[in-house]
Design a protein around this ligand. Structure first.
Ligand SMILES: Cc1cc2nc3c(=O)[nH]c(=O)nc-3n(C[C@H](O)[C@H](O)[C@H](O)COP(=O)(O)OP(=O)(O)OC[C@H]3O[C@@H](n4cnc5c(N)ncnc54)[C@H](O)[C@@H]3O)c2cc1C
Length: 438
């Protein structure tokens, strides 16, 4: 049994996955979470995004199965729809419905409460792990010379404040992480942050629809583009309801009044979305979420940082949610933390943040690169970004008939393959040939 103790701040996906990894290296792991954590799968206040469609990328499913063998099979057993990454999803990309064929790559679409509930149950059962819920994180505690974090102060529902001592504290409190502020308070510099503002609005509503409303498809995904700036997703959830999520950017927020919601859907470039919600029976009122900007904290650029503290998940980098990357990147970071601790029993913040940065690079490039296709989105457009954004609509158009291109593209968005592969000479040639024949 390992000794030492660790505290994880935040008990959402990143926090739970961190706790799973730390349980291999520390005898006691305490996860501090403000919400009272439910036993099963339920919505909770600290994860308002749980009321919107959540996609678990194909790579995310693989990493979760490595951390919790059998998890995805159990999720499917609990009713999470599953299918083929290409054959099971009706994708609309750059206004083109790409060709669907089975490519042998499974993917599943659990609701956020189901996924988090199953992960939480497994973490709760780990020896040495304690979920300290219903507690607000107040501050870090540090050595008198302020060079080492020694624990965290928390306040419970009755207003009592206690200190939990730890050899390692990992901040997984999401976008609102206070580590930059705490660093300043301890006399360190804050990390710089890269931001790409997109002003994204979500609105979601659940519907009663026939079992075969999507035909043989398991998910409809309409991605936005410059010419078609509204997106949507529809999937059946484990309780049989259909979740419909509408998205707009640059302040084009989908309304939450029932008529406005339906009218907005009429502007989604795949008419199936409007038709399905007109035919379905709404089961609740639309709920909204606003997401101003992609934010990446550059911890890897810092020259000073306290020992005994690390940061993981949205607290490091939070992406425009339409690309469905957050949970998968949190899982990849947790896997990187595991590799780090295997090689460095006392973690090195400098090396850890460099390793995490490598995990974040590609998803950040994919999300912000796609956002920068909109001229109104402010940010630096490298030559590569401009070329890729000019090329992708042609690739999507060619993928209407060329299944090898649709497969290559969805594998990149699923974080299974690196994006450079889309620029392979044979693929460029296929895209060119298709463009000429059109
Ligand atoms: C609208 C929307 C849709 C999304 N869709 C997808 C998707 O389809 N696929 C995907 O992979 N990702 C998606 N994401 C992103 C995904 O939800 C996150 O990346 C994922 O939850 C990992 O985040 P996290 O655990 O780092 O932080 P969070 O999920 O934000 O969790 C932070 C946790 O810390 C707790 N906390 C915060 N402050 C304190 C405090 N002071 N004291 C105690 N506890 C505290 C909170 O209660 C919460 O439980 C979406 C996000 C949004 C907003």
């Amino acid at each position: 049994m390992p000794d030492g103790s660790a505290v994880v701040l935040g008990g959402s996906m990143a926090g739970l996955l961190t706790a799973r990894v730390l349980s291999e290296f520390y005898g006691q792991v305490t996860v501090v979470e403000r919400d009272e954590l439910p036993d099963g799968s339920a919505q909770r206040r600290g994860v308002p995004q749980g009321r919107h469609l959540h996609a678990l990328l194909a790579r995310g499913g693989e990493v979760l199965d490595e951390l919790f063998p059998g998890l995805t099979a159990d999720l499917i057993g609990a009713g999470a729809p599953s299918g083929d990454l290409l054959g099971g999803i009706r994708w609309l990309l750059s206004g083109h419905r790409i060709r669907q064929v089975d490519i042998g790559q499974p993917v599943l679409f659990p609701s956020r409460p189901l996924l988090e509930g199953q992960v939480r149950a497994r973490v709760r059962a780990l020896p040495g792990v304690r979920l300290a819920d219903g507690r607000d994180i107040v501050d870090l505690t540090a050595s008198t010379d302020r060079t080492t974090i020694t624990g965290v102060t928390v306040r419970d529902g009755a207003g009592r404040t206690t200190t939990i001592r730890a050899d390692l504290v990992v901040d997984a409190t999401g976008r609102g992480s206070r580590t930059p502020l705490w660093l300043e308070g301890l006399g360190f510099a804050r990390p710089t942050a890269d931001r790409v503002h997109t002003d994204v609005g979500y609105a979601s509503r659940t519907y009663d629809m026939p079992d075969d409303a999507l035909g043989t498809d398991r998910l409809i995904l309409v991605n936005w583009t410059r010419e078609h700036p509204r997106g949507a997703g529809i999937a059946r959830q484990e309780d049989g309801r259909y979740m419909v999520t509408l998205v707009g950017l640059l302040g084009d927020y989908p309304p939450t009044d029932p008529d406005g919601f339906v009218d907005f859907a009429a502007g989604v470039p795949l008419t199936d979305v409007h038709r399905l919600i007109n035919e379905g029976k709404p089961l609740d009122d639309p709920v909204a979420f606003r997401y101003p900007a992609n934010i990446r904290h550059r911890y890897e650029h810092l020259t000073g940082f306290p020992e005994g503290l690390l940061v993981l998940g949205d607290a490091v980098c939070s992406f425009n949610p339409v690309y469905g990357q957050g949970m998968t990147v949190a899982a990849l970071q947790a896997a990187a933390l595991r590799r780090h601790l295997l090689g460095n029993p006392s973690p090195s913040w400098r090396r850890y943040f460099r390793e995490i940065a490598r995990v974040v690079d590609v998803p950040w490039q994919l999300a912000t690169g796609a956002d920068l296709a909109f001229p109104e989105v402010l940010g630096h457009r490298s030559l590569k970004t401009r070329l890729v954004n000019a090329y992708l609509p042609h690739l999507h158009a060619a993928a209407v008939t060329d299944a090898s291109l649709s497969a290559a593209f969805v594998r990149v968005t699923g974080l299974l393959d690196r994006p450079e592969g889309l620029l392979r000479p044979d693929r460029l040639l296929r895209v060119l040939r298709a463009a000429l024949s059109r």
